[in-house]
Design a protein around this ligand. Sequence first.
Ligand code: SAM
Ligand code: SF4
Length: 347
Amino acid sequence: MNVSLPMIIDAPPSSPVQSKNSLFDSHGRQIHDLRLSVTDRCNFRCVYCMEPDVKYMPKQQLLSLDEYIKIVEIAMSLGITKLRITGGEPTLYPKLLELITAVSAIGIVDLALTTNGSTLNRTMAEQWKNAGLHRVTVSLDTLRPSRKDAITRSHTTLKDVIAAIDTVRDVGLTPVKVNAVILRGVNDDEVSDFAQFAKDHEIDMRLIEFMALDAGKKWNRTDVVSAKEMLERIEQEHTLLKEKDSTSSTSMNYRFPNSNGRIGFIASVTQSFCGACDRLRIMADGTVRPCLFSDDEWSMRSLLREKASDDALRQFITNAVWAKSAGHGMDESGFIRPEKTMSHIGG
Ligand code: SAM
Ligand code: SF4
């Protein structure tokens, strides 16, 4: 069926592909994974992500609950099987529980959420689990109480975030992943402690290379601690057993003898996994962004607000995905950093 989109100013170039039940880009990659940001607000100001004087999107531009649900319905009809709810800090979105309930009822195969853990408690975790959430990822960049405030520029205690990690694990929102962005001279002396933490708490610890997505625009290649360096440092103190990673895995994963914990390395800078990227991002204001590092993006908000047909919405996303760029080359000379930041786009 030929679908002509209504006249919209902010639209991706039309693609030679008519929407059907799968999403492919022009480089042959099939897209299965949607990262949906539900807010650009956050109660932290992590040094590698946000600045204290952040300018948020105007409230009226943020999508409604029904609009987020519509996006997920459309995405699922296009073959999306994984949904990660993110932000900003998604627990600040007042209708988070309703959203989890609704998208779980639509039948998403893998439903996950990323949070800084600061507002998380047992009641909340149980409600999410009962509403159909499968997994939670918590961000935690230091195990030293004295460093927590300096990195997050907030006053939540480390003890509370660790309690939140144990809570989501105990409630069964598993496997629990814990993300740490490793910055040279800030927390790189803790990589072995993170390995020990993964063992002790039986979680999947993921050490992430610092990417050029910080609002302060201070990213510099010399601040990046490579996955290779992290691995070498950890292997001086721990025995690691390599796991067989799936082809779409963004992390290189290891386990430990005698523990259910695991550790993974996300080498987005030094060994970018663009060739295997199966992700699409939609921002809290309805902007569709096929690649984290390319400023090519188009807003579907007006289509949603004008109650465009499902076919028109499907074709919009199909066209946007077709235009997904091949990769970013963050480790190459000539790399131009994107304008938007991680908290704005959705991590
Ligand atoms: N606020 C939630 C949190 O922190 O988990 C969800 C949103 S946050 C943008 C998602 C993930 O992006 C976090 O795990 C964070 O560590 C990561 N992130 C943010 N800025 C980054 C950067 N410059 N480089 C690498 N990872 C980054
Ligand atoms: Fe907030 Fe998450 Fe960014 Fe930290 S990483 S400032 S918690 S959005």
